[in-house]
Design a protein around this ligand. Structure first.
Ligand SMILES: [Zn+2]
Length: 266
């Protein structure tokens, strides 16, 4: 199995098109600080998948050598996508994949139901095969656009390699699956709980938005034995500045901040 990080930003990316906050302005001034929407490329025995279909998906496929098409003119190694939730930043890329003949979409039943409008739009273009994945439901937080009822499986953590790797870019609670994994890549959207309110992006705290802040998870994360990474950084997160003190705090705990393009060796 191969893993490559395709993006590490929360919704909007870094920079976000309508934002001039310090994080976004810094990324405009220093292109090396740009981060695409959080995503992961996975090569398994049964084919290649992208975890979450972001607005950047076409560029993310191009950026990963083993996801590029060939050798035939219309042969793509990409078999499908795995969705950890139904948020637009994790699903809108499905529409960009409409050139495929066939696409497998692996997700929980409630996420599939939420995406019925996308499925209707895509039907004349691409055959979609819905399937399950090793998804551990962790949150009942549904996307704002969804009018479906409350369900426990709106947000999931993805287990790969029988649970050796866990990918959880949105974490309202700590999934127990993390404690048994050798490599975990988890929610680093916000540094502290007040960050969304302090920066004026929301009236809610990070936790109320369905994201445990790094301050609430880093110590427990540091006690896990294997490789530990944060991803899904919001543009308000101080970690989007490579000079931020917070990088030292994590380094001392043995925790990494995922970077776009990073190859995860297993
Ligand atoms: Zn910003």
């Amino acid at each position: 199995m191969r893993l490559q990080v395709l993006g590490t930003a929360a919704g909007g990316g870094v920079p976000q098109w309508n934002c001039a906050c310090p994080g976004c302005s810094g990324a405009r001034a220093h292109p090396g600080r740009r981060r695409r929407h959080a995503s992961l490329a996975v090569q398994q025995d049964d084919g290649c998948y992208v975890v979450n279909a972001t607005p950047d998906i076409a560029e993310q496929i191009e950026a990963c050598a083993w996801l590029r098409p060939g050798p035939g003119p219309r042969e793509s190694p990409l078999k499908g996508v795995i969705l950890t939730d139904a948020e637009l930043d994790h699903t809108i890329g499905l529409l960009r994949l409409r050139e495929a003949d066939e696409l497998e979409v692996r997700c929980t039943p409630v996420v599939r139901q939420a995406l019925s409008s996308f499925a209707d739009i895509l039907r004349p273009y691409v055959r979609i095969a819905w399937a399950d994945a090793d998804l551990i439901p962790i949150s009942a937080k549904r996307p704002r656009y969804a009018d479906s009822p409350e369900a426990p499986d709106w947000v999931s953590a993805l287990r790969l390699m029988g649970g050796a790797v866990v990918y959880a870019p949105a974490m309202g609670v700590w999934p127990e699956a993390l404690d048994e994994a050798e490599c975990v890549i988890i929610d680093g959207t916000f540094w502290d709980d007040e960050e969304p309110r302090r920066t004026g992006i929301s009236a809610k705290t990070a936790t109320q938005m369905g994201h445990l802040p790094i301050e609430a998870t880093m110590e427990r994360l540091s006690r896990l034995p294997g490789r530990r990474l944060y991803t899904h950084l919001n543009n308000t997160n101080p970690l989007v500045d490579p000079a931020a003190e917070q990088h030292k705090v994590l380094a001392e705990l043995g925790i990494e901040v995922a970077a776009d393009g990073m190859v995860i060796d297993l």
